[in-house]
Every structure is written in C-alpha cells, then in structure tokens.
Unconditional design. Structure first.
Length: 412
C-alpha cells in the first residue's frame, strides 16, 4: 500500500485521539446532589493541560519523578476513573466544614490496596480514614469527605438512579479552570477560579476590576487582619454559621483590626506533697493570642447592649465573653459598641467605606495550627495574603502566594 495514502487517515486518527484525551468533556454532573447549596468544579483536563505546559518549561521538575518512593502507589494506578470535572459539594443544613465528592472506580479492589498503601485506617463498613479525610467505597463509586456524617444521605442519592435532578457543567463553569457556585432554589451564582503563576483569583464577573490600588493601600500596613463589612455582608457570613446576630443585635457595620503575638500563659494547678499538704503548681506555656479592636455600629446601640447582656456576653467587669481571647473590654460609643483587647491595645484603622477582608500570613498563625499535616502546612506557609473585596455586584478574591522559582501548579 502506498505510504502516502496512510498519512491522511493516520493524521485523522491522531487528531481524534488528541481531541478525546485532552479536549472532549462529559458535561453531565451526575454526582452533585439536589440538596447541594455550594458546588466547586475543577476542569481536570484543563488543569492537566496547564500542568504539562508548566512542566515542559521547568526542567528542574523532570527528575523528581525518579526520586519518588517507588513503594508509594500513584493516583493514576489507584483504580480511580479520573473525571472530566471534579465535583466537590456542600450539603444544605450541614456544617460549613463538611465537604464531599464522589468519583467512579475502575477497580474497587485496586483502590482498596491504594488506600492501605497510603495508610488509610479501616473503620469498618467499607469506610476508611486518614487525618481529616474520610472515604467510603460504595460499589463502583467512592465517596470522599471531610466528615462521614452525610455518607448515608449521599448513598441514597447515588441509589436513586431515576427522577433525580442532573446538573451540567455549563450551569457552573465556562472557560475558567474551576468555579465555585452558590445555589439558592433555581438561582445559581457562579464565581470563576483562575490559577496563575503565584496567585489564585476568584470573581463572579469577567469584567470585574482587580482592586489593585486597594490592596496596595492595605498592604502598607503591617496588621495581620483588616476587615470592613456592611450589614448585608455581615448577614451573608453569619448565615454560614447559622447565626442571626445581625438582625437580633441590630448591627449594620463591622470594622476590625488585629495582630498576632506570642505570649506566656501561666497555668495554675494543685497537687499534694508527701505529707498530703496541698501545693500550688505553676506551668508556663507559650500561646498565640490576637491583639484586636472591633467596632460594631448599630441602629440602636442601647438595644445592642441589652441583647449582649441577655445573652450573658457581658460580665460585671464589662468584658465581652463571646470572644474567648481575654482580657478585653466592651464599651458603648455614640453609634454602637467597641470591643478591644487591653493587654496590648492597638488602634482601629481608618474607615475606607468598602467591603473587604485582608488576612496577612504570619509564622505565628502557622505555629498555632498544630493539627495540620505537613502538606497543609507547606501550602499555608507559601501564602502571602488573602484579600476579598466587593463593589456593588462585583465580588473578587485573591489568594497571593510568595514568589518562587516554580509556579503554584508545580509547587502544590
């Protein structure tokens, strides 16, 4: 056969293979339950494309695969069917810390070996746990979560093959690498997720400005936390924690500034000597505590004060006991109340008349999070700051990492 005649069909086959491997995506999201109120989607094929592109331009990473422990089973050999869109969801009525995902298994037995290889501990009933990750093998599916509380309800959703609502990726994501979406009834509010060299950006409007000037102004200050929120934003955040503080206390403005400091904390305990005489023992430990000042503006400050007293949040020394970091003091002013730590007072930053939250990374913060595993600590230590801002209907957030030799996709 003429070799030239083979070129065209071979090229077509190659093009088709490339399309199905790298570009074709199944847009049906069959693992997002009807009672999900937040959905995070990751375009896995786009993520892999960006990873390969970054890897090609950073030869220093090429040799790392040879250095990896050969006894550790990699994800590609785990028995998981890699999805086109990774579907992570939060269920309505559950704690904000509870997040779940479901993936298909090509080989459940192979996946069980993978879990044991990565030191997951069996809890029985096909449930495995390692640190804060819970996994349940359910037939040819795998349920993952930061808790196992909702596993039974997710199982019921998986078994209901008919009559259940099916979402599609087009409802949540367009051309971005990922998205985070808030579902309220028939309304879905989408925020795109973009991964750049040393930052992650999330926004709900492609034309939204990045508020570079606002970041510059706030970064000039050295505080760990700067925040300013109006009434609606306070309600939005309070809803995540099931609180009605904003309405009950009639608060319509929140402003806070905080720093972190390592202090010596003296713990007093009592024991007995050899003669059974009671003796006092003092133990000194180093702890991380914030120095802070909070301004709560209210429409009727006197009613706010009465509400706090009724909740037993103000003691006889005028300390605000709802904040565990003591000592502090709560005082009334002309338009609300001010709560401030008194061990090392700090001044409230000027009002910007904006909705924003700025959190600067601090080594003290990392040292106080003792429950984190090494991978989580590495990621957190790499972050420089987190900045959120809202302007009208435009919402925008940036997670800025420290400058490094490698882009984030190769670091994390």
């Amino acid at each position: 056969m003429n070799k030239k005649k083979l070129i065209v069909p071979l090229f077509v086959l190659l093009a088709a293979a490339v399309y199905f491997v790298f570009f074709y995506k199944n847009k049906t999201l069959k693992f997002v339950p009807e009672n999900a109120d937040i959905v995070v989607l990751i375009d896995v094929k786009k993520l892999m494309g960006e990873y390969i592109s970054s890897l090609i331009t950073h030869p220093s990473k090429w040799s790392e695969s040879q250095k990896k422990d050969k006894k550790i089973i990699p994800l590609k050999d785990s028995g998981i069917r890699i999805p086109d869109f990774l579907q992570i969801f939060h269920l309505k009525g559950t704690q904000f810390s509870e997040w779940y995902s479901v993936v298909e298994l090509k080989d459940p037995q192979k996946f069980s070996v993978f879990l044991k290889n990565h030191q997951f501990i069996s809890k029985g009933n096909n449930i495995f746990r390692k640190d804060q990750i819970f996994i349940k093998i359910e037939g040819e599916n795998c349920i993952l979560g930061t808790s196992d509380i909702s596993f039974p309800s997710i199982q019921q959703f998986l078994f209901r093959s008919s009559g259940k609502k099916t979402f599609t990726s087009d409802q949540f994501i367009s051309s971005s690498l990922g998205s985070i979406s808030f579902i309220s009834g028939q309304k879905i509010q989408n925020f795109s997720i973009e991964l750049k060299a040393d930052e992650i950006e999330m926004k709900n409007n492609a034309d939204a400005v990045s508020f570079v000037g606002a970041i510059s102004d706030i970064r000039e200050k050295s505080h760990f936390l700067e925040a300013e929120l109006d009434e609606q934003h306070m309600k939005n955040y309070a809803r995540f924690f099931g609180k009605n503080l904003v309405d009950s206390a009639q608060i319509h403005y929140f402003k806070a500034t905080a720093d972190l400091e390592q202090v010596n904390d003296t713990i007093i305990s009592y024991g007995y000597d050899d003669n059974f005489n009671e003796i006092e023992k003092k133990t000194v430990q180093k702890i991380i505590q914030p120095n802070y000042i909070i301004h709560l503006r209210a429409s009727a400050p006197e009613k706010t004060w009465v509400y706090f007293q009724r909740k037993n949040w103000i003691n006889t020394q005028n300390q605000f006991t709802a904040i565990p970091f003591q000592p502090n003091q709560i005082v009334r002013n002309g338009d609300g109340v001010i709560i401030k730590s008194i061990r090392k007072p700090i001044a409230l930053s000027p009002e910007l008349k904006e909705n924003y939250i700025f959190i600067r990374n601090s080594p003290l913060l990392l040292s106080s999070l003792s429950t984190l595993i090494s991978t989580e600590k590495k990621i957190l230590s790499d972050i420089e700051y987190i900045f959120y801002r809202n302007n009208g209907q435009n919402y925008w957030m940036k997670i800025k990492a420290k400058k490094g030799e490698l882009p984030l996709i190769l670091r994390w």
